[in-house]
Design a protein around this ligand. Structure first.
Ligand SMILES: Cc1ncc(COP(=O)(O)O)c(C=O)c1O
Length: 457
């Protein structure tokens, strides 16, 4: 089909239907050239964004989206289609590890994109081999399996743990202990693992095999271990749950319990991984080494890429034919993953993350002191930080947005700060100033605070 035929029912040629009556006012007066058509359609899509989002978006309305659309980004800065600039301390939910338009990532994408995108896992993939080798060289793991997302990485990790017990002659040990406040993805299995009733409701019977215990309660874990328990799955720092940090001694106790009971310890480092905490992986903070680990988000720097990593022993059941994916680990994704590692593993990079994270955390602590009626507590490690709030988190995120700063709401009424790992002093200073302004704009007025009877004290 030639391109004109392809667009004959759509005069814009750029995928925007000009024929809708509500959009008639936005139509150019004369039919412009194809190039100009595209330019004016971009403008059209910008102007129509609010309209389409509110009235006739063809996207399944599964998200409550902010009324912002971004057109380009550089470093930690994003520019909307309307030309406004925002400082992004959400990083696409911990994904934009190197920020936007990082020259090394753009070069890797362009170079591999011009050669070969996809071949399938029926063939050798040198880029995936290299990325897997580099990951095993710097972690506890012996093997890596690449996926397209975090939830898929978790699915693979869960299957690996169950298969380990199956091939060890203990098929009954398929149950996995997980934690209240956890988030492991949105597939039918990972919503069961996460256990959040809001995400489970309406999707049929909860997938069998997950037992939840309160986060941080060792005795509850011990009580929950039974003859069918095969693994413990935990985020070293809960992200969606509200930047809740598992104490190192708690993780050490879980490791000891697993060793004593013959259980596998599985870490979900989808959000904490790839430098986010100032270490390559958060397990290094406690020194507690898992048997299996799921990663995603930061490893692709914005390109969909995840993985699960396993020791040889824990992965012994995952033989040829036991698991698979069409796209996972394709040449384009893994070329970009290698480019991310080039930067994150460069000497001094992780020290920079730790240092700038400390600087940000200190600034946030000072902010919390100044605005005690807004911020109750500062949590987290490295550049995975959270503000536990005394005002509703969505209101706070909106107040920050009004100051052109993006933060991400999480559970426990926490605003998450997950900026690109490449931010410097200037971005930290700017973010603190914008957060200060947001706090001032949202702080309860003394008269109101008094009338709610000391609830803010
Ligand atoms: C800790 C954790 N695990 C798993 C996931 C699921 O990842 P994805 O959304 O890529 O499926 C997320 C996503 O936020 C996460 O934070």
């Amino acid at each position: 089909m030639d391109s004109d035929a392809a667009t004959s029912s759509n005069p814009s040629g750029c995928g925007i239907e000009l024929g809708r009556p509500d959009l008639a006012e936005y139509q150019p007066a004369e039919m412009p050239s194809r190039r100009d058509r595209c330019r004016s359609d971009l403008e059209l899509s910008t102007r129509a964004f609010t309209w389409s989002a509110l009235v006739t978006s063809s996207l399944l309305p599964a998200y409550a989206r902010a009324d912002l659309a971004f057109e380009r980004g550089e470093g930690a800065w994003l520019t909307t289609t309307a030309g406004e600039t925002f400082l992004d301390f959400g990083g696409g939910i911990a994904v934009a590890s190197l920020g936007y338009s990082h020259p090394h990532l753009v070069a890797a994408l362009t170079e591999q994109g011009g050669k070969l995108w996809h071949t399938s896992n029926l063939f050798q993939i040198p880029q995936a081999e290299r990325l897997a080798r580099r990951l095993t060289d710097v972690t506890f793991a012996d093997y890596v399996f690449f996926t397209n997302s975090g939830a898929e990485a978790l699915e693979g990790a869960i299957k690996t743990a169950r298969k380990y017990h199956y091939v060890s002659g203990r098929p009954e040990r398929f149950r996995i202990l997980t934690f209240e406040g956890a988030f492991h993805g949105r597939t039918t299995t990972t919503i069961a693992a996460g256990g959040n009733p809001k995400y489970l409701e309406g999707f049929g019977p909860k997938a069998e095999g997950f037992d939840q215990v309160p986060f941080g309660d060792l005795e509850a874990v011990k009580r929950a271990v039974g003859p069918a328990t095969g693994a413990i799955l935990i985020e070293p720092i809960q992200g969606e749950g509200g930047i809740r940090v598992a104490a190192p001694e708690y993780l050490r106790a879980l490791r000891a319990l697993c060793d004593r009971e013959g259980l596998l310890l599985v870490f979900d480092e989808v959000q904490t991984g790839v430098g986010r905490t100032g270490k390559l992986f958060a397990y290094e903070l406690s020194g507690v080494v898992p048997d299996i680990m799921a990663i995603a988000k930061g490893i692709g720097g914005g390109f969909p890429l995840g993985a699960f990593l396993t020791t040889r022993e824990a992965g012994k059941g995952m033989t040829a034919g036991s698991h698979g994916t069409t796209f996972g680990g394709n040449p384009l994704a893994t070329a970009i993953g290698n480019a991310v590692l080039d930067v994150v593993l460069a000497p001094g990079f992780l020290d920079h993350v730790a240092l700038i994270g400390t600087r940000l955390k200190q600034g946030l602590a000072a902010l919390a002191d100044r605005h005690a009626s807004v911020i109750a507590e500062v949590r987290g490690e490295g550049l995975m930080l959270g503000l536990a709030l005394r005002v509703p988190v969505n209101d706070f995120a909106a107040a920050a947005r009004a100051e052109k700063l993006l933060v991400i709401p999480a559970g426990d009424n926490v605003a998450r700060l997950l900026p690109p790992l490449v931010i410097g002093e200037a971005e930290v200073t700017e973010a603190l100033a914008r957060l200060d302004a947001a706090c001032r704009s949202i702080a309860p007025q003394p008269a109101i605070a008094a009338s709610v009877g000391g609830a803010l004290s």
